[in-house]
Design a protein. Sequence first.
Length: 231
Amino acid sequence: MNEIIRKRKSVRKYETAALDDMTLAKIREKIESVAPLYPDIRYSIEIVSKTKGIFGIAAPHYLIFSSEEKDGSFENIGFVGQQMSLFFTESGIGSCWLGMAKPEERKSDSLPFVISMAFGKPAEPLYRELSGFKRKALPEMSEGTDPRLEAARLAPSGMNAQNWYFIADSGKIHCYRKKPGGLLGLMGAKLGGIDMGIALCHIASESESFTFTQDAGAPERKNLIYAGTVE
C-alpha cells in the first residue's frame, strides 16, 4: 500500500509562520495537475489565509474548494481534495479537512463554496502508526475481497463516520454510501459525497488503472445509495 496512506493523519495544530514562496508555488502547481473524478464538472481551488465558522482550526493557509452544482460535484471535490492532502503529507506539510469552516476571503466567487482544508507546517506529529487509525473493520463496510479496500478503509471521513460500503466482485468495486437522515440530511448528503470522493482517491492510488462508471448490474442494498463502480 501507498506508504503515505498508511501513515497520514489529520493535523490540527500548526506553526503560525506562513510557508515559503517556493513551497507555495509547488502547491499551486499541484493544484493545476490534480486529476478530477469527473472532468466535465467545473471546480476551483484557492489558497487563502483566513476562514470563519465553528470547529475551525488555526492555520497559516487554507484551501477553498468551490464547484458548480451538479450530480457528482461533492464526490469530485473529495477526490481532488484528497490528492492535495496526500501531496501535503508526502511534502512534510500538515493538512485537515474542515467541514464547517467557510472562507472569510475569496479571490473568486463565480462557483459555489463547498468545503475548506487547513494546511501548513505541523506543530504536532505529521505521521502515525497504522495501529493509531480508529476505523471500522473491513467486514463492517465491505463484501468480497480486493486489496484496494484497505486503502479505502483508512481514508478520513466527516466525524469519522465511515459511511461507505463496498462490494468487491471480479476486479470491480461497487461503491455505496449510507442514506443520510434526520436534521443532518442535507449536510450528511454533502459530506457523504465528499467522503466517497476521498475514499475513491485512495482506491485510485492503489490501482494500476482507474475508471469510475455507472454499472447497471451493480447490486442493490437497502439503505445504501449507489455511487458508481471502480473498474
